[in-house]
Each structure stands twice: as C-alpha cells, then as structure tokens.
Design a protein around this ligand. Structure first.
Ligand SMILES: Cc1cc2nc3c(=O)[nH]c(=O)nc-3n(C[C@H](O)[C@H](O)[C@H](O)COP(=O)(O)OP(=O)(O)OC[C@H]3O[C@@H](n4cnc5c(N)ncnc54)[C@H](O)[C@@H]3O)c2cc1C
Length: 411
C-alpha cells in the first residue's frame, strides 16, 4: 500500500473541513485537522450563506458549481436535506447590468445550469414585496439557494471523519516548526509536536496574524459584512427566490417568513487582524458598531425597492467579519516561502459558496494533480508586485481591501 501524505490543517471552519473532506476521500492523504474552538462556529456561522452561481469569473462559477453538486451528494449520503433551493433573481435596470446578465447567461450555459429570462411582471409575481420599475428584467436561476453554513460544515466533517480523518476540536495550533524552506509540523496547545508532510493554513481571518509570525504577508484584511432580518411578514415565505439587485447594492432572501437583507455600504469598516478575539461573536468594529450609518446611507433606496420595510421591525442585526483581498478573490494554494505550506482563506464574502470548490482545488494542488479551475487566478502570491506593499499589518493596505467589498456586485 502506498504511503499516505500526512497533512495537518489549521482551522475547522467551512474551508478547513471541506479540504479535509476532499483530501481524506482521495485515499492519498492522512488528514489531521485542529480547531481551536467548536467546528464551524467561527465566521462560518455568521454567513447569510447565499450560494449564487452567477460569478465574476468562470473559475469562480465552477467553484460554486462544485459546491452545489457536493452539497446534494452530502444531503443524500447523510439523509439530511437542509439546503433551501428557492432560486435566485439577478435584477437589472440599466444597460450595463443587462450586459452583465448576458455574461452570466453564457457562463450558466457553459456549465449547463438552467436559467430563465423574466420581465418585470414575472419578477413581481415571484416577489410581491418588491417594487421594481417596468423596465427591470431578471436572470432567474431556479436551482440556486442558500444552506445553513454550520450544518454544511458539520457534513464536511462527518464525511472526512468517515473516511478516516482525525478532526480535533478545542485544540489550538500554537506554533509552526520550520526547517529551511519547509514546515516540519505544528506545536499544539498541549505542547505536543505533530509532524506533517504538508501544512494547510485555513484559520479564517486569524490566518494573517498567524502567518505574520513567519514573515508571510497574506494579502487580506478583516472587513465588516452585515445583514438585517425583519420581523415575520405576511407577504414573505421561505419558497420565494433570493434577489440580487446591483443598482441598489443590495440582496434579499427570505428567512422563513422574515426578510433577510444586506447592503454593500461605502463605509470601510476594517480591523487589525491582531485585534480579533478568539470568540469572533464578541467582536465589534470600532466605527458604526450598530450598522446605523450603513442603513441610513441606503434607507431611502431600500424603502423605494421594498416598501414593507417601512412598517417591518428590524428584529435582528448581524455584524460579522469577512476576509477581503484587494481583488475580492480568495487566496488559495502553495505559499512561496515554504514549499510544503498551503493557504485557503481571503474568501471575500463567498467562502460558503466556494467551499467545495476550494476543498477540491486545494486537494488537487496538494496531491500535485491537474486542477479543475485556473489556480493562478487565486494564487496567494499574485499581489507580490503591488505598490504600496500588500501588508495586512498596514492600515493603508487594509483600507484597500475594504474598498473591494464596497465595490462588489456579485453574490
Ligand atoms: C455577515 C456575513 C455574511 C456572509 N454571507 C456569505 C454568503 O452569503 N455566502 C458565502 O459564500 N459566504 C458568506 N460569508 C463569508 C463566509 O462566512 C466566509 O467566507 C467563510 O465562513 C470563511 O470560512 P473559513 O473556514 O475561512 O473561516 P472560519 O469559519 O472563521 O474558520 C476559521 C477557523 O480557524 C480556527 N482557528 C484560528 N486560529 C486557529 C489556531 N491557531 N489553531 C486552530 N484553529 C484556529 C477558528 O477558531 C475558526 O473556527 C459571509 C460572512 C459574513 C460575516
């Protein structure tokens, strides 16, 4: 029997667990994953978890496609149907947005993903609480949806464990051990040294601070992502499709009978990665802690678009942390400084949708197999020539990353 590669994964969020699922299932690697707290309870559990297929690049679209297939497979295997396949409307109101719709349409055709063109009356029928103009059109993805990110993370973990991976929670990795340009293993909280042929850093927004101790500057910053949920509304139900509305920089989806919505505000709320506590749910950004400024900025256009917000109570507000890179694409792959070290982070608000795609890509890279997407697009060293230098410890660079979120228009 061939000797298996010993792979240590740092971080049991959705990405670490998805990588564990793919690698261990390959039968060519023996995975040991360390999670400092509970599995899937970091930023993964904060996500709105939209799994939208329309993406800014074909590789990104392929990644989401992989997540949808794997999600279906895991639901069947563990007899736990939990994804809400309610569909998604990408709504356009001007020529630029209609051109973007055409690009999404071609992308969907290449992947054999079903879509339909809808006019304003169709949109109104599907989403009676939305007030759109008569010249609006939508590209409708009937099979899009959202899925509880915590449950998805647990299913990746169950699958990895069933294949023989060791998934260890409540055990932090405190230190990496180096020898020349290689990592030889990790030191865990108990003081034990765990030898590794390969180390994968998938520690979410904490990755940058950890890497910094080893002179690795990960080009990303912890940026605020947030959403609101209204009280239950008679016009809203769980079967209604999600809506992405670039002209309003807003998205909506139902949360049972309540409405969940988010906006891409122009406030750049960004933190020093060293300031993040272990319990991410106790963290607040220094500026606009309650999200009022962001809501105020968009309130008028939100009310025009969705008049029910005028009476609806805002029952819940979540301000969470997403790791943004300057181009809004994740950092995935081998690190330049250490030949057996890989990173999977910087998901720029799309880590749930990309999760299986990232699991597959990292597994292929670690096992030195051909990759199913263009891996260069996500290379962690793609910002090497950037000026000023891509340095997560520099406030100027972090602001640059926060602006990538403000400009984002896809899911
Ligand atoms: C408000 C909000 C809405 C979002 N909406 C969406 C959406 O609609 N669609 C979508 O696809 N994505 C969305 N996201 C983004 C998504 O949540 C992230 O991309 C994804 O969860 C990142 O997963 P992760 O595994 O990298 O990080 P995490 O889930 O944070 O996992 C990292 C783990 O590493 C552990 N760790 C850190 N340091 C160590 C150490 N030294 N030793 C051991 N363990 C360690 C942490 O405890 C943590 O559990 C949203 C995010 C937010 C905040």
């Amino acid at each position: 029997m061939a000797v298996k590669q010993q792979v240590v994964i740092i971080g049991g969020g959705i990405l670490g667990l998805a990588i564990a699922h793919y690698l261990q299932s390959s039968e060519q690697a023996q995975v040991t994953l360390f999670e400092r707290g509970e599995l899937g309870a970091g930023t993964t559990s904060q996500a709105a978890a939209l799994l939208t297929r329309a993406r800014s690049s074909d590789s990104a679209a392929l990644m989401v496609h992989e997540t949808h297939s794997t999600l279906r497979m895991l639901e069947q295997r563990f007899n736990l149907p939990f994804a809400q396949r309610c569909g998604c409307l990408h709504i356009a109101v001007n020529d630029n947005e209609r051109q973007q719709q055409q690009r999404y349409f071609q992308q969907a055709q290449q992947l054999d993903v079903g879509t339909q063109w809808l006019d304003s009356r169709d949109i109104q029928r599907l989403l009676p609480w939305l007030a759109i103009t008569a010249d609006s059109s939508a590209l409708y993805y009937p099979d899009d949806g959202h899925a509880d990110p915590y449950t998805l993370a647990q299913l990746y973990a169950r699958s990895a464990r069933a294949a023989g991976a060791q998934i260890i929670s409540h055990c932090a990795v405190n230190r990496l051990e180096l020898q020349g340009n290689k990592l030889t293993g990790v030191h865990i909280a108990s003081g034990e040294f765990i030898r590794a042929d390969t180390v994968v850093l998938a520690a979410g927004p904490w990755s940058a601070a950890l890497a910094c101790d080893y002179d690795i500057a990960l080009a990303m910053a912890p940026v605020r992502s947030h959403y609101w949920i209204t009280s239950n509304q008679p016009q809203v139900d769980a079967k209604q499709p999600m809506a992405i509305i670039p002209s309003a920089k807003a998205y909506f989806r139902s949360e049972q009978s309540a409405l969940l919505f988010g906006v891409r505000d122009s406030q750049c709320c960004v933190a020093d990665p060293r300031a993040l506590p272990h319990d991410i749910h106790s963290f607040h950004f220094a500026e606009d802690a309650n999200g009022w400024l962001a809501l105020e900025e968009h309130w008028h256009s939100l009310l025009t678009l969705c008049p029910l917000l005028e009476q609806a109570q805002l029952a819940y507000y979540l301000s969470g942390v997403s790791s943004y890179t300057p181009d809004g694409k994740p950092l995935l792959g081998r690190l330049e400084q250490y030949s057996n070290a890989f990173v999977a982070t910087g998901c720029s608000g799309a880590g749930i949708a990309f999760s299986a795609g990232i699991g597959r890509l990292l597994s292929e890279q670690i096992l030195e197999q051909p990759t199913f997407v263009n891996a260069e697009e996500f290379s962690p060293s793609r910002f090497a020539a950037m000026q000023p230098k891509a340095d997560p410890m520099s406030p100027e660079f972090r602001l640059h990353c926060a602006r990538a979120r403000s400009g984002k228009s896809t899911g």
